[in-house]
Design a binder for this molecule. Structure first.
Ligand SMILES: [Fe+2]
Length: 199
């Protein structure tokens, strides 16, 4: 069964992030990853496994790009999942997730400082994840879809720092994009996801 692209979970104009950016991001890039994943899956059904080789083989390249495409799909779905909220500047969100953040990072502000700093450094993704290995929330950074992900850590709040996510609207001003991302963060969706993970 082919993987099916999910529609955007919100229908509204985001703060600062243009419709053009979201259209390219979802309809072209994300859907493109889904199509490539399906193409890879199809090719894996008939590739020659006897030629597998650590330097180069068709099978090896398909498996490498399978992890790239699969993580691109999932991380984008997590990213879109937490957009579409509306947070007034300076207003602290509420809910179980915020309580857990406060417990594990000392305060919401401390978590936010770390999350934003990771965003300024990341070339790919920042992921607030619930790490099943430690039983704690942690901000992870990965520079590529398939490099830097932590096995056993479930994404909760995902920030896309690839330039395609912000360059049209913000140029190279990563800080302004991160500030607006926080204003668009749908804490209700993040809380819901966190609740599902904790169950
Ligand atoms: Fe992206």
């Amino acid at each position: 069964m082919a993987y099916e692209a999910k529609p955007l979970p919100f229908r509204k104009q985001l703060i600062g992030i243009s419709e053009k950016t979201m259209q390219i991001h979802h309809d072209k890039l994300y859907v493109g990853y889904v199509n490539k994943r399906n193409e890879i899956d199809e090719k894996l059904t008939k590739v020659d496994r006897t030629a597998a080789n650590a330097t180069y083989s068709e099978y090896g390249e398909l498996k490498r790009e399978e992890s790239f495409a699969a993580n691109a799909i999932y991380l984008h779905e997590y990213y879109f999942n937490v957009l579409g909220g509306e947070n007034e500047e300076g207003t602290k969100p509420t809910g179980d997730l915020i309580q857990a953040i406060e417990k594990e990072f000392g305060s919401y502000e401390k978590w936010l400082e770390d999350f934003k700093a990771a965003g300024l450094c990341a070339r790919g993704w920042v992921v607030l994840a619930y790490d099943f290995n430690t039983g704690k929330l942690h901000n992870y950074l990965c520079d590529s879809h398939n490099h830097g992900g932590i096995w056993g850590a479930m994404p909760v709040v995902v920030l896309d720092m690839y330039e395609h996510a912000f360059f049209i609207d913000y140029g190279s001003d990563r800080k302004a994009y991160i500030e607006d991302y926080m204003k668009n963060l749908n804490w209700e969706a993040a809380n819901h996801l966190y609740g599902t993970i904790k169950k």
